[in-house]
Design a protein around this ligand. Structure first.
Ligand code: P1T
Length: 395
C-alpha cells in the first residue's frame, strides 16, 4: 500500500512496510519461513536476500513498519528487548562510561552492571528527572545515555528533549527505551533521541505470545553499526514472531486507546481506596511529573504502580487473590497482569538500589489490559479486601 508520512498513525500502523504479495496478491505479508535463498550462481542472488540471519522479507516488512511508526529512517529487529539493548551496548568499548536511568527494567540493570561491566564498560546510575544530576554526571568518557520514560516500575517521566540537548552538547548517544509509552504515545527520535529501543514483547506484540526487541534510528552511521552487530551476533527474531508482530501493530492504536482509558479509571479508583497508600500514574495530578507527561505524551499508558497499605504478607495475599489480573511478569498484553517487582521483575536489582527507588515490599505493579474496566476494578477491590481482611496495617 502507498503510505507516506502525511498519513496518520492508524493508517501507517496498518499499512507501513507492507504491500500485497506481487506473486499472488495475498494482502498479508507471507511468512517467509526459510533460512536461506537460492543463488543463480555463486554470489549472484535472485532478489535482495541470501540468508535469513542477515535479512528476511517478513522481518524486513516488520522493521519498515516499526521504523515508520517511530518516525525513523531505519529499523532493526532482535530476538528480545534485552538483545536489542545489548546490541546498543556493543557500540561501546572498554573504558567508556554509560549514564543509565536509575529506574529501569531489572534485566536492563543486570545487563549493564553484570555483563557489560565485565567488558570494561562503566555504568553510573542517574535520576534522569534531575537534569542537573545528568549534567554533573557527564564527562568525556560518557558515550551513551540510556533511559526509560515512563520508567519501570516507578513510572518517572523524563524530559527527553532536555536530556537530548545535554547528550548533543557532549557528543554522546541518547537511547530511549520506549517500551512503556509505545510509538503511539511518544516518538523519542522527534524529541532528540538518537536511538529508540523497544521490547516488542510488550504493547507492540500486545497478546503475550512472542518475545522480541527493536531498535529504530534516523542516523545512517549508527544504523550501519547496529546492523553489523545484528548480523554478527545473530540475535534475530524468528520469522513467525515477525509475522505475529506485523499482525499486532495493525491494532496498536486501538489497543493503546483502551489501555489508557482503562488505566486512568483504575488509577482514579485506587487513588481514593482506603486500602491503598499511594498510586503512581502519570495521568494523576499527584504524579510528580504530571505536567511534563501531559506535554510529552497524548495519553498516559496502561501501567499503574500502587503501594498497598501493608507489607510483604498483604501484597502476597493480594496477588494470590486476583481472578482477572494474572500474577505474572511482563506487561502490555490485552489481558491484565499483576506483579510484585521486589520479588519478580526487579529481584536482580540490589536491595539498596531498590530501597532508594521506593521499590518496597508493598509496591505492586499493574499492567491494565483491555477487559471491561468495571470488572477489573471489582477484581482489584476483592483482592485488596482479601489482603487486608486480617491485617493490622489497614485502616
Ligand atoms: O523481555 P524482553 O523482551 O527481553 O524485554 C526486556 C525489557 C526491556 N525494556 C523494558 C522497559 C522492559 O520492561 C523489558 C522487560 N520487562 C519485563 C519483562 C517486565 O515485566 O517488566
Amino acid at each position: 500500500m502507498n503510505v507516506n508520512d502525511s498519513h496518520n498513525f492508524a493508517t501507517r500502523a496498518i499499512h507501513a512496510g507492507q504491500a500485497p504479495d506481487p506473486s499472488t496478491g495475498a494482502i498479508m505479508t507471507p511468512i517467509y519461513q526459510t533460512s536461506t535463498f537460492v543463488q543463480k550462481s555463486p554470489g549472484k542472488i535472485v532478489g535482495e536476500y541470501d540468508y535469513s540471519r542477515a535479512a528476511n522479507p517478513t522481518r524486513a516488512a516488520l522493521e519498515a513498519n516499526l521504523a515508520n511508526l517511530e518516525g525513523a529512517k531505519h529499523g532493526l529487529c532482535f530476538a528480545s528487548g534485552v538483545a536489542a539493548t545489548g546490541a546498543v551496548l556493543h557500540l561501546l568499548s572498554a573504558g567508556d562510561r554509560v549514564l543509565l536511568g536509575d529506574d529501569v527494567y531489572g534485566g536492563t540493570n543486570r545487563l549493564f552492571h553484570r555483563v557489560f561491566a565485565q567488558l570494561g564498560i562503566e555504568t553510573t546510575l542517574v535520576d534522569m528527572t534531575n537534569l542537573d544530576a545528568v549534567r554533573e554526571a557527564m564527562d568525556e568518557r560518557v558515550k551513551l545515555i540510556w533511559l526509560e520514560t515512563p520508567t519501570n516500575p516507578t513510572l518517572k517521566i523524563t524530559d527527553i528533549k532536555a536530556v537530548g540537548e545535554i547528550a548533543k552538547a557532549n557528543n554522546t548517544i541518547l537511547a530511549v527505551d520506549n517500551t512503556f509509552a509505545t510509538p503511539y504515545l511518544q516518538n523519542p527520535l522527534a524529541l532528540g533521541a538518537d536511538i529508540v529501543c523497544h521490547s516488542t514483547t510488550k504493547y507492540i506484540g500486545g497478546h503475550s505470545d512472542s518475545i522480541g526487541g527493536a531498535l529504530l534510528t534516523n542516523c545512517d552511521a549508527l544504523h550501519e553499526k547496529l546492523k553489523f552487530i545484528q548480523l554478527s551476533e545473530g540475535a534475530v527474531p524468528g520469522i513467525m514472531e515477525c509475522f505475529l508482530l506485523l499482525r499486532s501493530t495493525k491494532t496498536l492504536h486501538v489497543r493503546m486507546q483502551r489501555h489508557c482509558e482503562n488505566a486512568m479509571k483504575v488509577a482514579q479508583h485506587l487513588n481514593k481506596h482506603s486500602g491503598v497508600e499511594k498510586v503512581i500514574y502519570p495521568g494523576l495530578e499527584s504524579h510528580p511529573q504530571h505536567k511534563l507527561a501531559k506535554e510529552q505524551m497524548p495519553g498516559f499508558g496502561g501501567m499503574i504502580t500502587m503501594y498497598l497499605r501493608g507489607g510483604i504478607g498483604e501484597s502476597r495475599t493480594m496477588l494470590e487473590n486476583t481472578k482477572l489480573f494474572a500474577c505474572a511478569e511482563s506487561l502490555g498484553g490485552v489481558e491484565s497482569l499483576i506483579e510484585h517487582p521486589a520479588i519478580m521483575t526487579h529481584a536482580s536489582v540490589p536491595a539498596d538500589q531498590r530501597e532508594a527507588l521506593g521499590i518496597d515490599d508493598n509496591l505492586v505493579r499493574l499492567s491494565v489490559g483491555i477487559e471491561d474496566v468495571d470488572d477489573l476494578i471489582a477484581d482489584l477491590d476483592q483482592a485488596i479486601a482479601a489482603a487486608l481482611k486480617n491485617s493490622k496495617a489497614c485502616c
